[in-house]
Design a protein around this ligand. Structure first.
Ligand code: SAM
Length: 351
C-alpha cells in the first residue's frame, strides 16, 4: 500500500474530537495492589472465556484504524501478565496504520520481557513508579517488588527503547515529598517523568480532594527548587502539559482532576473482554465482543463504532470538576457498584 492509501481521515465526535487513540487493556489482573487503584482485599474478575484472543484484538484494532486510530497503547491490569504478550505486539507493530504502539506497565516483569518486546516492534514504554523508597513502595502497592521495577527501567534503556516515560501518581500525604527526587531519577535514567494528579476514577474508593496534590502545588514546589519553569508550547492531544526546567529537562503534569482536558480528548478504551468505553469516567460501554463472536460483518462492527463515536458527548473529567464547586465531589463509584460491574474499575479499563 502506498503511504497515501494508508492515510484515512478520522471520524469525529459531537465536539469535533477525532478517534485517534485507543488504549487496549489485555488483562484485568494485576500483580500490585496500589492504594489509588486497587485498595480492596478482594476483586471480581472478568470471565476468562470472555477475554479476547490476540486474533480478536487484532481484528478490532484493524477496524478502529479504518476509522482514524493510529495510536495504540497496551495496558491493563498489568499487561505483562498476559501470556506471550510479545506475540500480540508483533501482530500490531506490523499494522501499517499503527504509527505509535506503546505500553503502560508497572515494570515488575520488565527485566524478563524488555528485549522480547523491543524485538517484537514495540515503540515506547511507560513505567508507573510512584516512589524511590522500597518501604514506601511496599506500603503503597502491598507487594515487595520495588527493586524489580527499577531493574525493569534499566532493562528498557539497555535494550534500546527511546521515548521512555515514568508516570507518577502524586498523593498528598503519601509521596509529594519525592517529586524532586523522582524528577532527578528520570534525568539519570533518560526518561521523561509525568506527574499525575490523584483521580477519582472507578476503583479509587479511598479518594478524597484532600489527598489531591494539584498541578498548581506541583509547579510551586518545582519553582522553589529549580527557579523558572516554562511551559512547552505545543499543539497536542496528549494528556500531559509539558514544562521545561532551566537546565532543559522536560517533565509533564496530567491534571485531569483540577484542570480537565476533555476538550482535546481523543482517547477511548477497550477492555480485555471487548467492552469499549468512550470516556474514563463512563458508566456504560459498548459491547464489541458479542457482535465479533456472533459473526457480525466488519462493516457492521465498523458502523457500531463509528455511530457511537460520532454521537460521543462525554466530558467526564469536566463533569467531575463541576461537582467540586458544589462541594459534593467524592469517590466515583462505591464498592458495591464495582463488585456488580468490574468494568467500572480503573484496572479493568486500563487507566
Ligand atoms: N499496570 C499498569 C501500570 O501500573 O502502569 C497499567 C495499568 S494502570 C491502571 C494505568 C495507569 O493508571 C497507571 O499509570 C496508574 O498509575 C494510573 N492510575 C490508576 N489509578 C489512578 C488514580 N486513582 N489516579 C490517577 N492515576 C491512576
Amino acid at each position: 500500500m502506498s503511504p497515501a492509501a494508508l492515510w484515512l481521515p478520522s471520524i469525529t465526535d459531537t465536539f469535533a474530537r477525532p478517534l485517534r487513540n485507543l488504549r487496549v487493556s489485555v488483562t484485568d489482573r494485576c500483580n500490585l495492589r496500589c492504594q489509588y487503584c486497587m485498595p480492596e482485599e478482594e476483586y471480581v474478575w472478568l470471565r476468562r472465556d470472555d477475554v479476547l484472543t490476540f486474533e480478536e484484538l487484532r481484528e478490532l484494532v484493524d477496524i478502529f484504524t479504518e476509522l482514524g486510530v493510529d495510536k495504540v497503547r497496551l495496558t491493563g491490569g498489568e499487561p505483562l501478565l498476559r501470556r506471550d504478550l510479545p506475540t500480540l505486539v508483533r501482530m500490531l507493530a506490523q499494522h501499517p496504520r499503527v504509527k505509535d504502539l506503546a505500553i503502560t506497565t508497572n515494570g515488575v516483569l520488565l527485566t524478563d520481557q524488555a528485549r522480547a518486546l523491543y524485538e517484537a516492534g514495540l515503540h515506547r514504554v511507560t513505567v508507573s513508579l510512584d516512589t524511590l523508597r522500597p518501604e514506601r513502595f511496599q506500603a503503597l502497592t502491598r507487594r515487595d517488588a520495588h527493586h524489580k521495577v527499577l531493574d525493569g527501567i534499566d532493562a528498557v534503556r539497555h535494550v534500546g527503547f527511546q521515548g521512555t516515560k515514568i508516570d507518577t501518581v502524586v498523593m498528598r500525604g503519601t509521596n509529594e515529598d519525592e517529586l524532586v527526587d523522582l524528577l532527578e531519577y528520570g534525568k539519570r535514567v533518560g526518561a521523561e517523568v509525568r506527574f499525575i494528579e490523584y483521580m477519582d476514577v472507578g476503583g479509587a474508593t479511598q479518594w478524597s480532594m484532600a489527598k489531591v496534590f494539584s498541578r498548581a502545588a506541583m509547579l510551586e514546589l518545582f519553582g522553589q527548587r529549580y527557579g523558572r519553569i516554562e511551559p512547552v508550547v505545543e499543539i497536542s492531544s496528549a494528556p500531559a502539559d509539558r514544562f521545561v526546567l532551566p537546565d532543559g529537562t522536560v517533565f509533564g503534569i496530567i491534571a485531569s482532576t483540577t484542570t480537565p482536558f476533555c476538550r482535546t480528548c481523543d482517547r477511548s478504551r477497550l477492555t480485555a473482554d471487548g467492552m469499549w468505553y468512550l470516556c474514563l469516567y463512563a458508566q456504560k460501554g459498548i459491547d464489541l465482543r458479542t457482535p465479533l463472536r456472533e459473526g457480525a460483518s466488519r462493516e457492521d462492527i465498523k458502523s457500531l463504532i463509528a455511530g457511537s463515536w460520532t454521537r460521543r458527548r462525554d466530558r467526564g473529567a469536566e463533569a467531575r470538576k463541576e461537582l467540586e464547586a458544589l462541594g459534593v465531589r467524592a469517590p466515583l463509584i462505591q464498592i458495591e457498584g464495582l463488585r456488580e460491574d468490574p468494568h467500572l474499575e480503573m484496572h479493568t479499563r486500563g487507566g
